[in-house]
Design a protein around this ligand. Structure first.
Ligand code: NAD
Ligand code: MG
Length: 397
């Protein structure tokens, strides 16, 4: 409920890239928003600085060892604080009308669910939590009367385009992909790509994990699964289109074969502003689109051979019964191993594929009916990925 037009806001993952874009939008119209809680993982100084700037009521740092540091940084203020997972969940549970869920990885699941369960409007950037908890997440939102607004640029584009027709008139959705830094590379070169090369995204400036996922196109795989759960679509209704300029973000095709698309500069402040203003529109902070200056928009089909992560996402979605949870968990393990330089780039998809195969062979597929189910599958899939990791690391391709 808004008080005199003031919206209360909590930002989970306030110190990250999405958090930063969200705070930029809040900063532009301070009279419209009041910040309830902010969370971060380890960057206490950055978190405390934001908390003071926005006079937050509560701040939580996920690392339990940093409570003393956070208390010291907030000394002399009225701001309450906590540390550890329970404090992050408390931050999400506090009364805020609108919550940005921008923690990276499956670690964001419980906090996002805490916001969902009290019926908040949740701007969802954290795609991994949706991929991990499957349609269970969406049914919890329906049960609690929570509104999920897609903050991921492609899904936000689909959400906007879907308003042009009725759900039963939809024939297909298309999400675009920049193709990442290795779009034109040969498979053998992708195999050997370094961390520095994987972190050089052509269009978007984002956190480390999603940037690596963009290079492997695992990000697009996660987004296909995300689209399926968000909009209740079958894998056959979701297409991926490579579009190197990242101007067209998502398209919806209707029964009459009209295709409605959303366009904008590759700046996350555009989809976040849409979520923040929804159901109204607020003033944008990103550059306006100048198509004459851009000149050309190009499109190409995705390559499922050089980017096996994309193929595996469709496979996992068709398999269901926790397979997308396994896909996400194995990918998080693989990305961490790649960052730690324990495996080469090409091994990321191999670890995901071997973990999925091992999981199916072990007879572990089963429907997920609770958050605890999803968390248990996530945990056990990570364990399986960890046991497969040494083999994968040793195997030269
Ligand atoms: P980031 O790494 O920049 O920030 C992640 C945030 O989560 C930080 O505030 C960090 O402190 C916090 N965090 C990390 N691990 C945590 C843990 N274990 N417990 C609690 N907090 C933790 O990441 P980002 O790029 O801002 O991405 C955040 C999410 O949004 C991801 O799920 C990503 O896929 C999604 N997303 C990002 C973009 C983008 O442009 N950056 C676009 C679309 C979707
Ligand atoms: Mg995206």
């Amino acid at each position: 409920a808004a008080h005199a037009g003031v919206r209360t806001i909590s930002v989970l993952g306030a110190t990250g890239s999405i958090g930063d874009s969200t705070m930029d939008l809040l900063r532009a119209a301070p009279e419209k928003y009041r910040v309830e809680s902010l969370t971060g993982n380890a960057n206490v100084a950055g978190l405390a600085k934001l908390a003071k700037e926005f006079s937050a009521k509560f701040v939580a740092v996920a690392d339990p060892a940093r409570l003393g540091e956070l208390r010291a940084a907030l000394a002399g203020t009225e701001i309450a604080c906590g540390a550890g997972e329970s404090a992050v969940i408390e931050a999400a549970s506090r009364p805020a009308d609108w919550v940005m869920a921008a923690i990276s990885g499956a670690a964001g699941l419980k906090p996002a669910l805490a916001a969902v369960d009290r019926g908040a409007t949740v701007a969802l950037a954290n795609k991994e939590c949706l991929v991990c908890a499957g349609d269970f997440f969406m049914s919890r939102a329906v049960a609690a009367g929570a509104r999920i607004l897609p903050a991921d640029s492609e899904h936000n584009a689909l959400f906007q385009a879907l308003a042009s027709g009725n759900r039963h008139e939809l024939t297909r959705v298309i999400i675009t992909a920049s193709g990442g830094p290795f779009r034109t590379w040969a498979a053998a070169d992708i195999e050997q790509a370094t961390l520095a090369q994987a972190l050089k995204h052509p269009n978007w400036s984002m956190g480390q994990k999603i940037t690596i996922d963009s290079a492997s196109m695992m990000n697009k795989g996660l987004e296909v699964i995300e689209a399926s759960y968000l909009f209740a679509l079958s894998p056959d209704e979701i297409d991926v289109l490579v579009h190197p300029q990242s101007i067209v973000h998502g398209l919806v095709e209707f029964a009459d074969h009209s295709v409605v698309a959303q366009l904008g500069a590759p700046d996350m402040r555009i989809p976040i502003a849409h979520c923040l203003g929804w159901p109204d529109r607020i003033a944008g902070r990103a550059a306006r689109l100048d198509l004459a200056k851009i000149g050309q928009l190009t499109f190409e089909a995705p390559d499922f051979v050089r980017f096996p992560g994309l193929r595996l996402a469709y496979d996992a979605l068709r398999t269901g019964n926790g397979a997308t949870t396994v896909y996400n968990a194995a990918n998080e393990m693989a990305v961490a191993a790649f960052i730690a330089q324990k495996i080469r780039f090409g091994a990321i998809a191999r670890l995901v594929e071997d973990t999925l195969n091992g999981w199916v062979r072990a007879g572990n597929l089963a429907p997920l009916s609770s958050a605890d189910d999803a968390i248990a599958v996530d945990h056990n899939a990570r364990k399986m990925a960890a046991t497969l990791l040494p083999q994968i690391a040793a195997k030269a391709s």
